[in-house]
Every structure is written in C-alpha cells, then in structure tokens.
Design a binder for this molecule. Structure first.
Ligand SMILES: [Zn+2]
Length: 349
C-alpha cells in the first residue's frame, strides 16, 4: 500500500488554521514571493494576446469605464462590471495588489490644451489631424467615420472627427469657470483626468465595454497622449455585448432587462453566473451536438410550426432528438428557449 502524501506545510506559523485562497498573508521578511503563473491578456490596441507584465512588480493599476446612467442600468451594463470584477479578483488571487478605479459618469473639471486643440466660441476641440495614432484601437480609417451620418456635423470644426475637450455652457447647464468662459469638460475628459489622478499617467489595464472603443477610448487615448506624451496604457481590454435574441442589448432598441428587474426575480449571483458562464456553456453544447446556432434555431422553428399544426408527434420527435444531444427546450410565453443539458444518449464517450 502506498504511503499517504505528507500533509501540506502551512506557510504561516499558525498550523491548523483555516485559510481561504486569496486571503492576504504576511510573508516573513526576506522570503521571495511565490512564483506567479503567467497571465495572458488580449490587448485591443495591438490586437494580440500578450503576456501580462505589470509596470511595478506585484502591483496593478486598472481603470474601467463605467456606464453613463440615463436610467436604471440594464444587464448589458452589468457585464462590464462582472467581467472586470472577475479579472480584478483573479489578479488579487495571483497575489497582485490591485488599484482598481471604476467610474460612473459624472462631470470633472480638468482640461488640457497644449496647442493641439483650437477654440470656437467658448468650445475647445481636439484636432485629430495632428495625432497620427488616432483610431489605433478600433483600426478605423478617419474618412470612413462619416460622423455626419448620425449626428449633424458641426461645420465650424476643422475636421468633422474633431471632438470637444470643453463645451461652453448652454442656459441652465451645470458649468465651471474656464479660460474659455463658463462651460463643462467634454465627456471623454473625465476618464483621462480620473485615471491619471488615481493611477498615474502610465498604468497597466484600461477596460470597458466593446462599444466604448470608438469614439470614447480613441479620444481618451489621443487627448491623454497629446497632453502628456508619456501617457500610456499597457493593455486595453474590452468586454463583449450581452445579446438578447441574437441582438445587442441596448436601451435604444428597448430589448433590455434592467438589473433591478432581474434581481427582484433571481439571486444576483445567478446573474453573475449567467454573464460569466452561460455563453461558453451554450457554445460547448452546440459543439457537442454537432450543430450551429442557426441549425438549432431552424429545428426550434420547425417544432413551433408542428405545435401550431397540432402535430405533436413531430414536435415531440424534435424535442427528444435534441434532448438526446444535450439540448433542452423550454417553452415560454414569448417563444421557445434552450439550455444545455446532460445528453440522454451519447454516441461517443
Ligand atoms: Zn471612460
């Protein structure tokens, strides 16, 4: 009979004491820190998975743009917080001391102007033509932006893509005194100011939702670097969208659930789990079943039609077939949904 392995040696001098992972530990002086496993992150700017190397050993500065709340936040907003909270916890678990700054948009009063900007009637604009790295995150081309398509172009601007660093105050708006008259900072300024104030001009991770890459992060990067050439974000990270019925959840499309509604029905941890795991589980289930999301959707529609025609033998056949493949159907008042399940019959393994 093999000898049982020796019990693990406690690292602190309190044997037998229960310790949870990630809990802060005092290390005796002189002992090197435990080796940190390599962490690799996808960087939006270089579009590559890069090994994560903090600027200061053992410390991470991380800034994540939050929501601009017009109303109750929807679960799409929750995704950014959950995604970066998972990253924050993982970094902490790896032993890093993380300085994590998050913002919920409001107004800040810092501004810079070093000649790369120009003023028009109390507004200050950043000139994108003088910043060759403009659009290095999104990979867009300046002339492909067509800013006039969505918003009426301000013809006073030198380039339609120039963005406001400072806006003169309209009647009744909150405003601050500035060299250009009363006004407020442009909406990208806040993140440049806040991240530099709390983390310094060079920091490790800047995150946010994919929808913030353009224009928000492009503008943030441009203005920070023009104001302080040494400014640098080591890794730009972006989380994807939350889709509902194959469409991005967005307020404008009115296809969203608010966080408030969801947590009145389910435990907040269920929402967190959904955000972090369900998509991957669904992808796995489809792969295991050997079909694409479109093929599954077709089968679901075929079954809906059969049910409508009271052809229950056919509708049962489809349900049973899918269930054998590890796909469970749920008939809801709004339609049929599916979730991964334990396959009832497996052909291999
Ligand atoms: Zn921001």
């Amino acid at each position: 009979m093999a000898e049982p392995p020796p019990p693990p040696t406690p690292r602190s001098s309190s044997p037998g004491e229960e310790r949870s992972k990630g809990e802060e530990e005092e290390r005796p002086k002189g002992r090197p820190p435990p080796p940190t496993p390599e962490l690799r992150l996808f960087d939006t700017r270089t579009k590559a998975v890069v090994p994560f190397k903090p600027r200061v050993e053992g410390k991470v500065g991380m800034y994540v743009c939050g929501v601009t709340p017009y109303d109750f936040s929807h679960v799409g907003h929750a995704r950014a917080y959950i995604a970066f909270d998972v990253l924050y916890r993982y970094l902490t678990y790896l032993g890093y001391e993380v300085n994590y700054v998050r913002n919920f948009t409001d107004i800040d009063d810092k501004i810079m102007d070093n000649g790369k900007a120009y003023t028009i009637e109390g507004d200050v604009y950043f000139s994108v033509d003088n910043f060759p790295d403009y659009l290095c995150l999104s990979g867009r081309k300046l002339d492909h932006n067509l800013p006039g398509k969505r918003v009426a172009v301000d013809t006073r601007k030198r380039n339609p893509a120039d963005f406001a660093l400072w806006k003169s105050a309209k009647e009744g708006e909150p405003s601050w005194v500035s060299p250009w008259g009363r006004g407020r900072p442009g909406w990208h300024i806040e993140c440049s100011a806040m991240s530099a104030y709390y983390l310094g001009k060079v920091f490790d991770i800047h995150g946010g939702g994919k929808d913030l890459i353009f224009p928000h992060h492009e503008n943030e990067l441009a203005q920070s670097q023009e104001a302080y050439p040494e400014s640098e974000v080591k890794c730009w990270m972006h989380n994807g969208f939350v889709n509902k019925d194959g469409q991005k959840m967005a307020k404008a499309d009115k296809n969203f659930f608010t966080i408030r509604d969801i947590i009145s029905l389910y435990h907040p941890m269920a929402l967190r789990h959904y955000m972090t795991a369900l998509k991957q589980l669904k992808e796995k289930a489809l792969k295991r079943a050997g079909m694409t999301a479109e093929q599954l959707q077709q089968l679901i529609e075929q079954r809906t039609l059969a049910r409508k025609n009271k052809d229950f033998a056919e509708s049962d056949r489809i349900r049973t077939e899918l269930s054998a493949l590890g796909i469970a159907l749920m008939d809801e008042p709004t339609g049929t949904l599916w979730k991964p399940s334990e396959p009832e019959l497996t052909e291999e393994s």
